[in-house]
Design a protein around this ligand. Sequence first.
Ligand SMILES: C[S@@+](CC[C@H](N)C(=O)[O-])C[C@H]1O[C@@H](n2cnc3c(N)ncnc32)[C@H](O)[C@@H]1O
Length: 388
Amino acid sequence: MNTDQSFEVEIERILPGGMGLAHDGDKTVFVSLAAPGDRVRVKIEREQGNVLFASIEEIITPSPVRIEPPCPYFGRCGGCDFQQLTYEAQLAAKSEMIRDCLHRIARLENVPDIVVTPSPNDWRYRMRATWQIDREQRTIGYYERGSRRVCDVVDCAVLRPELQAKLEEVRSTEWNQFPSDLKHLDVVAGDDGVSFAPRIGEFQTNELSLTVRGEVYRYNAKAFFQINPSLLGPLIDFALADVTGDSAIDLYSGVGLFTLPLSRQFKRVMAVESNSTAARFARWNLRDSGFDNTKVFTANVAGWLSDVSTRDVDFILLDPPRAGAESAVIRGILDLHPPWISYVSCDPATLARDLRKLFAGGYGIESIAAFDLFPQTHHVETVVRLMA
Ligand SMILES: C[S@@+](CC[C@H](N)C(=O)[O-])C[C@H]1O[C@@H](n2cnc3c(N)ncnc32)[C@H](O)[C@@H]1O
């Protein structure tokens, strides 16, 4: 295959990971920034076995769900890869992506329809970001697609207004005020301002708080906090609905988003988190809310599970990072064998990989829901409730 060659294809659907699927003879073609139903002329970027990775050179017939991406950085900035789709089409593609993973990877035969709850704001929703900084080029923003070059972003349309205002302030700061080794800046907003890590001059690592379903969470930019606050209530409601009992475990617990409501619903709770700043905030959050039935362990989940002596566990919630749970974590959960599990995931592919092991260990799906925490991108949050 001559990679200089361009040719026409029709986009069949959007795949997990966000690429459009097409075929050219016996070759499978993955097309970036596509819409299902597009007729496009594509250019091959690289070839891997039978798969060609391609970009769009010309849109011959646009899909009925294609729109003009409103952001001037679209296509160059690596941040948003779904702006070419109407919001309804984004939600439909996400539902299909989850179903695809459950069918192909988890080998689930009868995959239920999956409702993706829309974000109340599909723009200006992001309350957490990492801004990449290139001192030599004097650029601040996000990595460009498929590269480590920094796309210089003046206005990011998915940032909440208070973060956009801070981006402008950071951009207008004299370059000599940034430490010479500064590569990126983590920022997070809360009810009471914005927090930065590392701290630079007036941009401090402030402690913030956010109230969700009546629980008050404190955190700063050094600890994980969810990106889109507007769907956190429904996410918690679904993951924890009707689970009560003596003992629950919250794995990958962060600053305690699920730990606090679990402490209301169970007599005893154990939470496990490896980031010491996040674990410390979780302890403060529990103490400030008057919970004394919960212990937070600063530990790696796999190691902690291999040492835990508890046997009677009624419920486990796990919310791992994008890579999913390590094999040892799934083995540890199967050893404990709680009657109920809620698996919260931001990557349908690793979720499906782990579910396959949990199915083999005797669990079945009670219900599934998805929440669009990340509009304008292919990312989606899925919650699977399992029962033994
Ligand atoms: C997706 S976040 C979820 C946090 C929390 N449940 C929430 O919703 O805010 C994953 C968390 O797992 C932590 N983490 C990552 N790998 C870990 C590991 N191997 N053991 C323990 N915690 C880990 C991260 O620091 C992060 O706080």
